[in-house]
Ligand binder design. Structure first.
Ligand code: ZN
Length: 350
């Protein structure tokens, strides 16, 4: 949960940035960054524990905070985030010999537009394209800070957490090792946009990144000496075995198929270490949501049998999932009818 913590701490840091006049922000400013902005500060190593927490949050905040260009007086061309795109919100490189420092120096104030010749002269083509996409306000406006990963520009823990996860996954190289998908990015987007409760998405993410406490993973960490499945004894318990191949999981899939058009067992092939992501990539939204529900419950059912009281029956688990599913459909349906759209459904499912 380190990443979620980071998102929470980023919220604290955001409050300080968004409300620089609050008492807390002023006290911290006096102590740690008397001559500048918090967002630019390099912190002393002997800072207090609570401040260290904010620093950790600030690390994440810095990846998603962006200057909205007004008059360009506050924004440093080469240092600040001001280029709205998917990641790395900065200028990527500079042609040699440019001494300009402020974004305002790139504008023609008389016509409130970019100085095209100058922009083309100092930036590389990909940056030129991005800069020229930014619209300069027609009236004099101050530059302002916003959170890039929400349309409103306001920070949310949820979007920060997503950003932290995305970065973490990219660092792990999981996404980039995916050969058949465009860098794997699309499929992560699919996963996080599937209309299932957040806890199920989180489970799916763990499944995809080998983060479940399977026997195989426990053996890797020297917590077990044998990785054979304790339930069926027919093979090593890796994540595929746990949610697909194990007899108990298969029984749950079959039980669900009595009412659901769950994808057939033939489609659940172990196509490689990324079998799960490759599978998600093939499915439409509804099938994907059902598969996530199914795997999530399979994992719990087996855990209950191995580590718990073993009271959960396959039938009861299946009807639990089906009821859960129908109630979510109901919520989605009524939200659609209210025409308030997605946001309400999402918040109900958190
Ligand atoms: Zn098994």
């Amino acid at each position: 949960m380190k990443l979620f913590n980071q998102a929470l701490l980023a919220r604290q840091a955001w409050r300080l940035v968004a409300h620089p006049d609050s008492l807390c922000a002023r006290l911290l400013k006096a102590k740690y960054f008397p001559n500048g902005e918090m967002i630019d500060t390099v912190f002393p190593t002997d800072s207090s524990p609570s401040w260290k927490g904010i620093e950790f949050g600030l690390e994440l905040l810095k990846k998603g905070i962006i200057w909205r260009v007004g008059n360009g007086d506050k924004i440093q061309i080469w240092r600040d985030n001001w280029i709205p795109k998917d990641s790395l919100l900065k200028i990527m490189g500079r042609r040699t010999g440019c001494r300009l420092r402020w974004v305002s120096q790139l504008m023609r104030r008389d016509v409130r537009d970019w100085d095209m010749d100058l922009v083309r002269k100092i930036f590389h083509d990909h940056d030129v394209e991005e800069v020229l996409k930014i619209r300069i306000p027609s009236r004099p406006t101050e530059d302002s800070l916003a959170w890039h990963f929400a349309k409103s520009g306001l920070f949310s823990v949820r979007s920060a957490y997503k950003l932290a996860l995305r970065d973490f996954i990219q660092q792990q190289g999981v996404a980039s090792s995916s050969s058949s998908m465009d860098g794997g990015r699309r499929v992560w987007k699919l996963l996080w946009s599937t209309p299932v409760p957040q806890k199920i998405k989180f489970f799916a993410w763990k499944l995809a990144t080998e983060g479940l406490a399977t026997m195989q993973n426990r053996m890797r960490r020297n917590l077990e000496s044998d990785s054979t499945c304790r339930l069926c004894g027919t093979g090593e318990e890796d994540s595929y075995h746990a949610v697909v191949a194990c007899t108990k999981s298969r029984a749950l899939h079959d039980e669900l198929r009595k009412d659901w058009e769950l994808i057939s067992e033939d489609m659940l092939v172990r196509s490689g270490p990324e079998w799960f992501l490759l599978l998600l990539d093939k499915l439409d939204t509804e099938a994907r949501a059902q598969v996530l529900f199914c795997f999530w419950r399979s994992w719990h059912l087996r855990n209950d049998a191995v580590h718990g009281k073993g009271l959960a029956s396959v039938e009861a688990s299946a009807s639990f999932v089906k009821n859960y599913w129908s109630s979510l459909l109901c919520i989605r349906h009524s939200a659609d009818q209210n025409e308030k759209g997605k946001s309400q459904v999402v918040s109900t499912w958190q």
